[in-house]
Design a protein around this ligand. Structure first.
Ligand code: ZN
Length: 173
């Protein structure tokens, strides 16, 4: 892992990779012949749509910053959220406007490996007008281990374990 000098404490830290998902689970789980059908679904780096016979699901990619209790840095997740048709259109129409500020409502659309999700996690999807991908902020009132960890923080050891797990999966397919 690359190292960098931390502006917060002045010490040298490992540069942590983001835990990224290239697609929302709804898309990733589709059979290959469905993925190949452009009338059925579409995936880019930032947008995904899936046209079911009875409804269209829309997703965008953003970032979620997991606080670490005993470390300066955050563990960053590159994850997807669903958006309503109206929010998706607004985000899409403003995608090339770096000053776009908005807050949308969405549902987390990736099952993170370290949790069990019986129900979806509600999020605020925050476009901060900085030209970056939107930040996802779970609703604090939603009682779930993932939401509690988000607000309370996880340990540096736990973050490093999650990174190691991801790297092991990437290496072994
Ligand atoms: Zn530091």
């Amino acid at each position: 892992m690359a190292k960098y000098t931390c502006t917060c404490c002045g010490k040298e830290h490992d540069e942590w990779p983001a835990l990224g998902f290239i697609a929302p689970d709804d898309y990733a789980q589709l059979p290959e012949e469905k993925k190949a059908d452009e009338t059925y679904c579409e995936l880019t780096h930032d947008f995904c749509t899936v046209n079911h016979p009875d409804q269209t699901d829309r997703f965008v990619r953003g970032v979620l910053f997991q606080k670490i209790t005993d470390h300066c840095d955050t563990l960053d997740y590159g994850v997807w959220t669903s958006l309503s048709e109206k929010s998706f259109k607004d985000y899409y129409d403003n995608f090339n406007n770096p000053e776009h500020e908005a807050v949308y409502f969405g549902w987390l659309s990736n099952d993170l490996a370290d949790y069990t999700f019986e129900s979806c996690i509600p999020l605020n999807v925050v476009c901060a007008g900085d030209g970056k991908r939107p930040e996802f902020i779970p609703h604090e009132s939603h009682d779930h281990p993932f939401v509690r960890d988000y607000y309370n923080g996880i340990t540096k050891a736990e973050a490093e374990r999650r990174i190691a797990d991801m790297l092991a999966k990437t290496t072994h397919g």
